[in-house]
Design a protein around this ligand. Sequence first.
Ligand code: B16
Ligand code: MG
Length: 226
Amino acid sequence: MEKQLKAIIFDLDGVITDTAEYHFLAWQTLSEELGIPFTRQFNEELKGISRMESLEKILALSRKQNEFTEKEKENLAARKNSLYCRLIEKITPKDILPGISEFIAASKLHNIKIGLASVSKNAFTVMRRLELLNEFDTIVDAKTIKNGKPDPEIFMRAAEQLGVNPVNCIGIEDAEAGVTAIKAAGMFAVGIGDQQRLAQADLIYHVTTELRFDEILNAFVKKLNQ
Ligand code: B16
Ligand code: MG
């Protein structure tokens, strides 16, 4: 197998832009309406987790998961999404996290394909507002996959759509579930965030400004040749 980097697959929320804050605010409002205490710390556990799974986890906080019918849960999830959609109306290209545009440019300079793997059903809207839709060679969002992260499906699908073998890919994630998904897909994982939480990743940076194409490429080649 060719030991070469061919594609980089990015997570959206927490890597390309910080919509995690908007998810937090929307879930916080919904939780207040339901009388469920919801903290920033708990919000960390929802990163990379689908809308419905997130709702189940929030309801479970106050043992309320059996108090609602499926239809009512769908309505609660829709309420959270309408709060979230109102918040993301404000997004502009200025909301691209620092260092990301430069990192994408460096990757392209090296003829590396660029993909997006986001479990958000709003991924296309967010990418359009960031004016990044045309920068990516492929985008996989929640609408086209059966299993969310930590299942590897979304990263595997992105690689498939790019026509690249997963071993020739790097995945970049801020969520623990996302790093697990990248590793399960057989890719090299770059984590953005807490060293302990993302310990499974092959390389970890605290923030996006620290991303260095050459450094990541070297670590990838080293690992592939081990
Ligand atoms: P939506 P990612 C994920 O996006 C978020 O991290 C997670 O917090 C959110 O619940 C999920 O998208 C679903 O989002 O409600 O818009 O479908 O990190 O995979 O880009
Ligand atoms: Mg994320």
